[in-house]
Design a protein. Structure first.
Length: 124
């Protein structure tokens, strides 16, 4: 393998995937306000200045995706639900505090379109 080993592997994209802040559009679910969601999110993350846009980054949303964020009850706690709809991927993640108080991001569902599989989307 040479300097760029991805060129030596058939079926791999020729352009490497760029990482950084997601440019996905982010909105709050109907019936909730941005202030409600931000209060819970900031409490879980322990960051008083966390922005709603960060949910797209947490979920790994592609730039062309649409992200919907909501607060929902789960086992007596308030949980932030992050739903990502994109052309290549659909995913749902939950952000909640662990028993030790540290934030947990749990992927509940990750669906990658068949033509986008084996190209690094949805990988851990």
């Amino acid at each position: 393998m040479g300097k760029d080993s991805s060129k030596d592997r058939p079926g791999r994209p020729s352009n490497p995937r760029k990482f950084g802040p997601s440019q996905a559009s982010v909105r709050v679910a109907p019936g909730q306000t941005e202030d409600q969601v931000l209060a819970v999110m900031r409490s879980i993350l322990g960051r008083p200045r966390a922005a709603l846009r960060e949910t797209a980054n947490l979920a790994g949303a592609p730039d062309d995706a649409s992200v919907t964020v909501a607060v929902m009850p789960r086992q007596g706690r308030r949980v932030v639900q992050i739903v990502v709809h994109g052309e290549m991927v659909h995913l749902q993640a939950l952000l909640y505090p662990g028993l030790d108080g540290n934030p947990i991001l749990e992927n509940e569902e990750v669906n990658v379109s068949e033509e986008s599989q084996q190209h690094g989307l949805g990988s851990v």
